[in-house]
Design a protein around this ligand. Structure first.
Ligand code: DLL
Length: 433
């Protein structure tokens, strides 16, 4: 069963806009009534939630940011009582507490449907065997794709993350046709197959659904060549719903944003002004039919461009180009969101660490690596090996437990990390492509 909702996905633009306006008005009213944070913001700015007369008027409403979610941790942004919430997920990568998001039964149904749509657009059908290599847990990736693939009627293998050799064995034996995961993990699997002497062409792989982190066209070509499948991109973020915000069709010319469910704007990240169609800027998303966790003008921090030109597939929904970085300093390392400020907080609390550090990110083979280089006091730097090692392990453990990603730590002599005038350049990202 394919999930191609032609009524909504191929709607002429004036009708999409009418539908968006109706859903937006309902959402604005509901959040004003049910979410204190929104009510306070509207009241402070003198905004009447009943008065929103056009989509363009949305630009006069305030943004919602990760900071709002942090301040309202854990359930303050929910628009329904907890007894109506059937699922809770959360996002990594905030300083301190994570971001908590909730779904009602209807939200889960809608989410599954949106994921099913991009799976269908990418060519997945009920005949496919879908192997999910995202980690099951608080991260939205695995459950989102899992429910979406089941909605189509495909056979889902809930492998979860890691354990590459077993992933490959299952791929061979269960005849996996659709591979789901991060693009970098696809390369890891290709590397491992090479080492194991397995020809990927001998497998049954047909299509790859990759997302959760940025990747280039060069990387797409490499994955397609090495794994012998059609590699497609899909985008989403937990605060909005998880995967299922946007996905590519078989023409791979941008990811269709499901506009009956989300209203996209492109803003200048510095001034916050809405930019004219076709501009590159920060993507801001408003949910149009979510119940538990509606978001008004959420600042994704992802930089992209929207393309409203017709697509050969017949879908009328606007296409977002591959993201070109972020307007904040968030890093994505092996699919996990990491903020340098999280690491800084840990380091400054450890005695002996100087406030001078650098994060060096690289890609070895296909795996992202993060090395934290820190200046330490002379006494530690020149300390005996055993004590220095213990110190190093302590730093490593503390940082890893906060950011949730394995790292290596290098202690450097006082004065060796370059000093900068103005903004410190703490991140050296050597990954390319
Ligand atoms: O990564 C949701 C997701 C899971 C999407 C699986 C697709 C597949 P978060 O952990 O909240 O949610 O991280 C969201 O990841 O703001 C982007 O910066 C980045 N991101 C996600 N998908 C893509 C993509 C999930 N296809 C953050 N291309 C987002 C580039 C992506 N960046």
């Amino acid at each position: 069963m394919e999930i191609w909702d032609r009524t909504h996905e191929c709607m002429p633009r004036p009708e999409i806009e009418q539908l968006q306006l109706e859903r937006l008005q309902a959402t604005v009213n509901r959040v004003y009534k049910n979410v204190t944070c929104y009510r306070n913001k509207f009241n402070a700015l003198g905004i009447d939630p009943e008065a929103l007369g056009s989509l363009a008027a949305l630009q006069h409403l305030p943004f919602t940011t990760k900071e709002d979610l942090r301040l309202n941790y854990p359930y303050g942004m929910f628009a329904v009582p907890l007894r109506e919430v059937v699922r809770i997920h959360s996002s990594s990568g905030t300083t301190g507490k994570p971001t908590v998001v909730g779904y009602t039964k209807n939200d889960i149904k809608m989410w599954s449907n949106l994921v099913a749509r991009f799976l269908t657009a990418a060519g997945v059908t009920h005949d496919d065997v879908v192997q999910i290599t995202f980690g099951y847990g608080l991260f939205t990736g695995a459950f989102g794709l899992h429910y979406g693939a089941e909605t189509i009627g495909a056979s889902v293998i809930p492998m979860g993350g890691g354990n590459s050799e077993k992933q490959i064995m299952i791929m061979q034996d269960y005849k996996t046709t659709a591979l789901v995961g991060t693009p970098s993990y696809a390369i890891t699997l290709a590397d491992r197959m090479e080492k194991m002497g397995i020809d990927p062409k001998s497998l049954s792989l047909k299509v790859g659904l990759f997302g959760g982190e940025p990747w280039s066209e060069a990387m797409r070509r490499e994955i397609e060549q090495r794994l012998g499948l059609s590699a497609t991109d899909n985008y989403g973020l937990s605060e909005i719903i998880g995967p299922g915000v946007a996905g590519e069709c078989q023409f791979k010319c941008g990811m269709h944003i499901f506009e009956d469910a989300f209203y996209p704007e492109i803003i200048d990240p510095d001034s916050g002004a809405v930019l004219p169609p076709g501009s590159t800027g920060e993507l801001v998303l408003t949910t149009l039919n979510k119940e538990a966790f509606p978001m008004l003008r959420y600042r994704t921090r992802d930089i992209t461009r929207l393309d409203y030109s017709p697509c050969a597939c017949g879908r009328t929904h606007v296409r977002m180009q591959k993201t070109r970085g972020r307007s904040d300093d968030m890093l994505i390392i092996r699919g996990v969101n990491v903020f340098p400020s999280q690491i800084e907080e840990v380091l400054v609390a450890i005695e002996g660490c100087q406030p001078h550090y650098q994060l060096v990110i690289d890609r070895h083979g296909s795996l992202d690596t993060l090395e934290v280089q820190i200046e330490v006091t002379e006494s530690i730097f020149f300390d005996e090996m055993k004590r220095q090692r213990a110190f190093l392990e302590q730093v490593q453990k503390k940082v890893e437990s906060v950011i949730g990603v394995g790292i290596s730590v290098k202690l450097v002599e006082p004065g060796t990390i370059p000093r900068h005038e103005g903004k410190a350049q703490r991140v050296i990202d050597r990954r390319q492509g």
